[in-house]
Ligand binder design. Structure first.
Ligand SMILES: [Zn+2]
Length: 92
């Protein structure tokens, strides 16, 4: 009988200990962005370059290689002309 009561007391202490631990447990939420910053920077650079090519280039990019002749020929402007109008950029 004494052993049985001792076992019950131990069991109650175990339950109390578990309840105490459960009530003191804290949820730790660590949120980390899954998109690396270098990817955001690279996509932003591609966006800016694409925006310039489609919307604003009047021979500037090819002028690095061809010089003043590129401003007369405007290859990229002619290539993206319809897209430029469709996107609403001013052209002519
Ligand atoms: Zn046009």
């Amino acid at each position: 009988m004494i052993l049985y009561i001792g076992w019950i007391i131990l069991e109650l202490k175990y339950i109390h200990l578990n309840l105490t631990c459960m009530s003191q447990s804290k949820e730790i939420a660590i949120s980390k962005s899954s998109v690396p910053k270098i990817a955001i920077i690279a996509l932003a650079a591609i966006f800016v370059l694409g925006m310039f090519v489609v919307g604003f280039d009047q021979g500037h990019i090819f002028s690095v290689v061809f010089g003043e002749q590129a401003f007369d020929e405007m290859y990229i402007h002619e290539l993206t002309h319809d897209m430029r109008h469709a996107a609403g950029f001013p052209c002519h």
